[in-house]
Design a protein around this ligand. Structure first.
Ligand SMILES: NC(=O)c1ccc[n+]([C@@H]2O[C@H](COP(=O)([O-])OP(=O)(O)OC[C@H]3O[C@@H](n4cnc5c(N)ncnc54)[C@H](O)[C@@H]3O)[C@@H](O)[C@H]2O)c1
Length: 272
């Protein structure tokens, strides 16, 4: 039996990065509790497959190809949302760029690209959703941030962490501007959640998974489906008086103040 506070029946969500990983899990979770969706990704086949999975649950899902770092494409996506659904209740701002580089080697072009993608383009998604939500006096925006947005990792995450710091502060500012008018804005801060890119890095560096796990008292890496419960909670009326919160989804990493937890060896080698 599900508590009615978690029900999203009759609501419409837009989720980015929905072809795989946390975006896919979030989109499916919203559909499982009754929402219809517009889902986007760069990966056309992947986002179509997620939409088909949602359709099999008996919910509507429109797959849409969009680069969320391109604000013209973001605005066009919201125009499509208007014509397909005419409303938005929930925004899951999941997709975003990331690149590993040590600050001393980093080109300013890469720095600009990552900060633009995470802060400016993510803000464009918040603004497009927020305008529509403010017009009806209700909505929930969920920004995927990172533990790297609130603590230093020291593992070559520099442009990503700086961008995610912007996402954390954008969440607090938008909440302060908008929550009095019915639009809640919260962020989820994952630690390491398995995905194909991370799996490849762990295969290439046999010490990396151990370094991650030293910072996770729960003793395992995250899985994409770990986001489901928290996403439903933040999207639904179950979190009606929660806004501006930065909620860790990290197996306990931030509580132990672990940051990136590079071992002394890794620190010496400046391993990324
Ligand atoms: N996995 C982690 O450990 C972790 C931790 C903290 C934060 N995050 C953030 O969470 C988000 C999702 O992570 P994940 O592990 O589920 O990733 P993932 O790599 O499994 O999936 C990301 C999805 O986003 C899509 N995508 C990438 N760039 C896009 C763009 N510009 N426009 C539209 N779609 C795009 C990809 O095609 C892919 O389907 C990312 O923003 C990531 O930075 C991840």
């Amino acid at each position: 039996m599900t508590h009615p506070l978690f029900d999203l029946s009759g609501r419409v969500a837009l989720v980015s990065g929905a072809a795989q990983g946390m975006g896919r899990s979030m989109a499916i979770a919203f559909a499982e509790v009754g929402a219809d969706l517009l889902i986007c990704d760069l990966n056309e086949a992947g986002v179509r497959a997620t939409a088909e999975e949602i359709n099999r649950l008996g919910r509507k899902a429109i797959p849409h190809v969009c680069d969320v770092t391109n604000v013209e494409q973001v605005r066009a996506m919201f125009r499509r949302l208007d014509s397909e659904f005419g409303r938005i209740d929930v925004l899951g701002n999941v997709a975003g760029p990331g690149e590993l580089a040590r600050p001393e080697d980093l080109s300013l072009e890469v720095m600009q690209k990552i900060v633009y993608g995470l802060v400016v383009a993510r803000f464009c998604c918040c603004q497009e959703a927020g305008r529509r939500m403010l017009a009806v006096g209700k909505g929930s925006i969920i920004n995927i941030c990172s533990i790297g947005g609130v603590t230093a990792l020291g593992r070559g995450n520099f442009p990503y962490s700086v961008g995610m710091g912007g996402v954390a502060q954008m969440t607090r500012e938008l909440s302060t501007e908008w929550s009095g008018r019915g639009v809640r804005v919260n962020a989820i801060l994952p630690a390491q959640v398995t995905n194909p890119g991370l799996a490849e890095r762990m295969r290439a560096d046999p010490d990396l998974e151990g370094n991650f796990l030293r910072g996770i008292p729960m003793g395992r890496l995250g899985r994409p489906d770990d986001i489901k419960g928290l996403a439903i909670f933040l999207a639904s009326d179950a979190s009606a008086w929660i806004s501006g919160a930065l909620i860790p989804m990290d197996g306990g990493n931030l509580a132990m103040n672990a940051g990136g937890t590079p071992g002394p060896q890794a620190l010496r080698e400046q391993r990324m």
